[in-house]
Design a protein around this ligand. Structure first.
Ligand code: GH3
Ligand code: MG
Ligand code: MG
Length: 348
């Protein structure tokens, strides 16, 4: 056997379970001579308690014991999913095929027949400990993989600057939420929010200051939204809020509250402090021209566009009076080429 294997094996703790004192002593002496740490229990119940309290690296388990026998001990150890992998070597009578089969079926990993051939026992213990080490390495790899996957998932759905949902994730959630709302016939609203004259923050104070403003804006939006709302960064300084169970009126009231909160906030950054206003577009379902999640977003975006066009620092409701007056006055001139969401049935 290679040196490192011997060293690994020599630190292993082996629990001997046997109801005969002579066997126990013999085994303990051998195991210790081979460099293992040997613990001893003399009945099934004590063995189970020991294994649960302090799982050994291997159990050398006698089959024939009064009350809880070795078969039952093996069964309970293997059924306990709180325990790590505890290899069990059964000690069976030479002529008892039945107990070998029963032991293996109960979960024993190997067996050795009595009277014990010690060279064989040593080889079987080492083989089992090798398997245990492999098993542990595998479990460790699995844990690492799960953690890495979890981190990857986090990163893939999160906007790096603000920690909010990123656009891809927002759009995924939007699809699900719209589907859910229309299936249950529950109202659903979408709010688009865009900082006014944000470019001048970058131009005057630098990109770092701009980033700080966006991070603080994200905190405000998160604080104003409910737990069940989705808040995400849709683009550069454009944010989207998805409000399940919320009718258009309530969404407009909400947006107005957020607008005031932003207006009242003084954004601070290294080298200065500024105030900024923001513009909002709000759309809701059900609405005759909101037929799917795409048209809902387009409607909110169109309303935001009107908020910008008509002076900023305001909330515009899709298909509201202000919205329709502006669309009519501007003769349908519009970022989406057609006024309002939906298939061309808009005013103007
Ligand atoms: P408006 O009132 O019409 O919205 O004007 P605005 O200046 O806010 O909008 P505009 O679209 O002209 O400019 C947006 C700016 O946002 C330009 C871009 O450099 C900046 N921006 C986008 N993403 C980031 C970012 O992650 N960090 C910083 N610091 N700036 C960003
Ligand atoms: Mg802007
Ligand atoms: Mg913008």
């Amino acid at each position: 056997m290679k040196r490192d294997e011997l060293e690994g094996a020599s630190r292993a703790r082996v629990l001997v379970v046997d109801d005969h004192e002579d066997n126990v002593e013999l085994l303990r002496m051998r195991l210790e001579a081979w460099g293992f740490q040997a613990d001893v229990e003399m009945d099934g119940a004590a063995a189970l308690a020991h294994i649960e309290r302090n799982p050994p690296d291997l159990v050398l388990l006698d089959v024939m014991m009064p009350e809880i026998d070795g078969i039952e001990v093996a069964r309970r150890v293997k059924a306990n999913d709180k325990l790590p992998f505890v290899p069990i070597i059964m000690q069976t009578a030479l002529d008892s095929t039945e107990s070998k089969v029963e032991g293996l079926e109960a979960g024993a990993d190997d067996y050795i027949t009595k009277p014990i051939d010690f060279a064989e026992l040593k080889a079987r213990i080492r083989s089992m400990l090798r398997i245990k080490r492999l098993q542990e390495a595998l479990e460790e790899r699995e844990r690492e993989l799960l953690e890495a996957n979890e981190r990857l998932r986090e990163v893939s759905v999160t906007d790096g600057l603000t920690g909010l949902d990123n656009r891809r994730h927002l759009e995924e959630r939007l699809g699900e939420m719209f589907e859910h709302a229309s299936r249950l016939n529950e109202p659903f609203s979408c709010v688009m929010c865009d900082l006014d004259k944000f470019k001048s923050v970058n131009d005057t104070y630098g990109h770092q200051a701009g980033d700080a403003v966006l991070r603080q804006l994200a905190v405000i939006l998160k604080a104003e939204a409910r737990e069940i709302d989705r808040v995400g960064r849709y683009g550069g300084e454009e944010f989207m809020l998805l409000l399940p169970g919320t009718v258009l009126d309530a969404a407009v009231t909400f947006a107005e509250r957020v607008r005031k909160a932003i207006e009242a906030h003084t954004f601070t950054f290294d080298g200065g402090a500024i105030n900024r206003t923001s513009s909002f577009g709000v759309a809701g379902w059900p609405h005759p021209r909101v037929v799917d999640s795409d048209s809902l977003v387009r409607a909110a975006d169109d309303a935001l566009y009107v908020a910008k066009e008509t002076g900023r620092n305001k909330v515009i409701r899709f298909d509201g009076d202000d919205f329709n007056q502006h669309i009519a006055a501007s003769d349908g001139a519009h970022p989406h080429g057609n006024p309002g969401a939906g298939a061309g049935a808009g005013p103007g």
